[in-house]
Design a protein around this ligand. Structure first.
Ligand SMILES: Nc1ncnc2c1ncn2[C@@H]1O[C@@H]2COP(=O)(O)O[C@H]2[C@H]1O
Length: 415
């Protein structure tokens, strides 16, 4: 009996751990506390590293900085170990066996940043030399903040999506630098051999000019040199504008795609809200958060605690029921059963097309339903019919028990 209970408890613990570390803290005080503590530690430890570089400050507050470093490294190490252990619960790796899920997580960009945050401390066990590179690695923990900032995640996504266009502008820019350095080498070599004795030496001037920096340490003195410089400056403006434009446009698109605006018509289209008056629609709009997800993403995982319900603004999802999948589309909602019954999620819900969801957190739902009991009655009716459908289905309980066992065997079986 104990043996059977153990994996179930372990899976629950692993899910909870993953939720606390990775949920974004929505609707859960403990998760918000964990996130708050980690963000504070990142900021404190980065500030300590920076201030420590000043010899006077280091002499006065060295003990405090050392204490911060110990606490930070200990906390980040525990965090890394827990993230690795709970990786099989990650939505992106939900279909992989536990070991593969952990390997995939360990190779992800955010896990590598997590590792870099603790690496200097781990390396210092083996290395006694004062390696400057360790200082840079300690500062890399600053990027741990990216996990908590949708804005930084958007920038990374944009750079990733536009990497080919950006690489192309980089190549063209390099070509311009090369060409202009060669031209300058030809026209200024005799007048200023100390600055323009070769093409590589002339490139220092070309890079400064193309980047519109112009330190002024190297300037053309001949008429031909000034003409080359003028052309280089104009080309610099044009060439630098290109990547800026590419990133700005892609960033605007990414923001729109990720946090699409919750519009009146979107809310009013949902049959559930069709009878609401204008002020009630305005009220619910304030509570709804927008979320976009790609096909295949697991929106709701069976057995997880419930903190929100979802309205489908666009796209389709599949409810993975024991008796076969059910599809829900635009205007329909899901995730209400666990919220109303105060149970864990009763089924997996997966996006099968790109989807746009309107998310309503549990607290806001209850506030809204107190003021709009009619909507509450209709949500309750739908929840009841879904629960009844599940109960009527062939050997419902048996199938659920089988699924639980299969789920646990596949998730908890491996180390
Ligand atoms: N038979 C069903 N038909 C449609 N949706 C369902 C059915 N059973 C469960 N669901 C939805 O799947 C969701 C899984 O999470 P919840 O249990 O919170 O709420 C559940 C319902 O919204």
């Amino acid at each position: 009996m104990r043996d059977e209970a153990q994996p179930l408890r372990l899976v629950r613990l692993r899910r909870r751990t993953h939720f606390l570390l990775d949920s974004g803290g929505v609707g859960d005080r403990t998760a918000q506390l964990v996130h708050g503590a980690l963000v504070t530690l990142v900021i404190l430890s980065v500030a300590a590293v920076v201030l420590e570089s000043d010899a006077d400050i280091a002499a006065r507050y060295g003990a405090i900085f050392a204490a911060i470093e110990y606490v930070a490294v200990a906390a980040f190490s525990v965090e890394y170990a827990l993230r690795l252990w709970s990786a099989p619960e990650h939505r992106l790796y939900a279909d992989l066996p536990p070991l593969k899920a952990r390997a995939a997580f360990a190779l992800s960009a955010s896990a590598l940043v997590d590792l870099a945050a603790i690496l200097p401390a781990l390396l210092s066990f083996f290395l006694t030399a004062d390696l400057r590179i360790l200082l840079i690695l300690r500062l890399a923990r600053f990027f741990k903040l990216a996990r908590y900032s949708p804005g930084i995640r958007s920038i990374v996504a944009v750079l990733e999506a536009e990497r080919k266009a950006l690489a192309a502008t980089g190549v063209v820019l390099f070509g311009v630098v090369l060409l202009m350095a060669a031209a300058m080498y030809v026209v200024e070599r005799d007048a200023q051999p100390e600055h323009f004795r070769s093409i590589p030496a002339s490139m220092w001037w070309a890079i400064q000019t193309v980047a519109t920096v112009g330190y002024g340490d190297v300037t053309p003195t001949t008429a031909a040199g000034r003409i080359v410089a003028a052309v280089t400056m104009v080309m610099g403006f044009v060439m630098l504008g290109l990547p800026v434009g590419i990133v700005a446009t892609a960033f605007a698109e990414e923001i729109h795609r990720r946090d699409f605006v919750v519009t009146w018509s979107m809310v009013a289209r949902a049959p559930l809200f069709a009878t609401l008056d204008a002020s009630a629609i305005a009220e619910i709009m304030r509570y709804l958060r927008a979320q976009s997800l790609p096909p295949g993403a697991l929106v709701v995982r069976r057995g997880e605690p419930a903190h929100s319900m979802y309205f489908i603004a666009a796209g389709e999802v599949e409810i993975e029921l024991a008796e076969g999948p059910a599809r829900l589309g635009e205007g329909q909602f899901f995730g209400e059963v666990a919220l109303l019954r105060k149970t864990s999620r009763t089924a997996n819900v997966r996006a099968i097309t790109p989807i746009k969801l309107l998310v309503l957190d549990a607290f806001d739902l209850h506030v809204f339903l107190q003021r709009n009991p009619e909507v509450g009655r209709r949500i309750e009716e739908v929840a009841a019919s879904r629960a009844e459908f599940r109960a009527r289905s062939r050997d419902g309980d048996l199938i659920e028990a089988e699924i639980d066992e299969r789920d646990i065997a596949s998730r908890a079986g491996a180390p």
